[in-house]
Design a protein around this ligand. Sequence first.
Ligand SMILES: NC(=O)c1ccc[n+]([C@@H]2O[C@H](COP(=O)([O-])OP(=O)(O)OC[C@H]3O[C@@H](n4cnc5c(N)ncnc54)[C@H](OP(=O)(O)O)[C@@H]3O)[C@@H](O)[C@H]2O)c1
Length: 340
Amino acid sequence: MGYRIVVAGATGNVGREMLNILAERQFPVDEIVALASRRSLGSECSFGDKTLKTKDLDTFDFEGWDIALFAIGSEATKKYAPKAAKAGCIVIDNSSLYRYDPEIPLVVPEVNPEAVDGYAKKNIIANPNCSTAQMVVALKPLHDRARIKRVVVSTYQSVSGAGKEGMDELWDQTKGMYVPGQEKAPSKFQRQIAFNVIPQIDVFMEDGTTKEEWKMVVETKKIVDPSIKVTATCVRVPVFVGHSEAINIEFEEFLDEDEARDILREAPGILVVDKREDGGYTTPVECVGDYATFISRIRQDSTIENGLNLWCVSDNLRKGAALNAVQIAETLGKRVLKKG
Ligand SMILES: NC(=O)c1ccc[n+]([C@@H]2O[C@H](COP(=O)([O-])OP(=O)(O)OC[C@H]3O[C@@H](n4cnc5c(N)ncnc54)[C@H](OP(=O)(O)O)[C@@H]3O)[C@@H](O)[C@H]2O)c1
């Protein structure tokens, strides 16, 4: 016997990938329903070789459904996740709404799978921010070996992290640069994104950091270890899919770059591509559609005592969102629900 699964936000970037990944990984599904807003009622979504007709989340009854994967943004989640949870359906949520609630687990299965067991307090499990998810997969095995003190990270985040509208804006603005009369002013992003980079993701906080940067700090502490200090600069770049991060790590103990490379090679969810030659690293276009977090450019930072630099790339719609959510469902299945 398998699970009765709900995918809410099935017409969006993340929801579509959730359906793909559930099918690819042969998640034990007895029944599946695709939900979105009333605007999308009846539109078609693919689930493996099947086609699902999208239903309206607003009128959906969650009674009798096992797990709901949510990818609908914080505002709609606030309205519908408690309804699902109350009906006994466990919500795995991709928005930021519940990530910082101490009674709700924030899970990356390669890092803190045991945290899933805490789902029952609210029947909700949170999925981290895309840039945090890929970073903590790389940090955890290194932290276990040499204890991380501080991380300095700069991100290069693709427009798909801002949903369908973000991708459309890059596409239309790029076209508009060449076709007179089709110029497109910024609307989803704060500044022109075509042929540009924007040092702002999400809103500004009082101290001058952005909310995206704050999320990386707080989520790393909740998932890996509260003692790790993180300082981040998050930047939007004109890439459709795939987030990149330049990560500088300071450890308590010395960690040799060769040993770090070996540790990362053995770590779950990671693929090391690190040839010290032209093109011997991973860029976002190569990671699209993949499950792995790719690590390249591993090298000592000789400006501090115990320092290491690395380059980390992953498909933000997969490890950063849909894949991680499906992995949480798999972990929940194995550890708690035990069906299928
Ligand atoms: N993209 C990423 O890299 C990423 C990573 C981590 C987390 N997330 C989070 O995942 C969520 C979805 O992101 P996305 O990139 O997939 O966005 P998206 O492409 O804009 O899709 C949004 C989805 O939510 C649905 N939706 C919006 N408002 C709704 C409402 N009131 N009722 C029912 N359905 C509603 C939309 O349905 P319609 O098509 O009917 O409008 C659509 O299916 C967000 O919370 C985002 O922060 C995204």
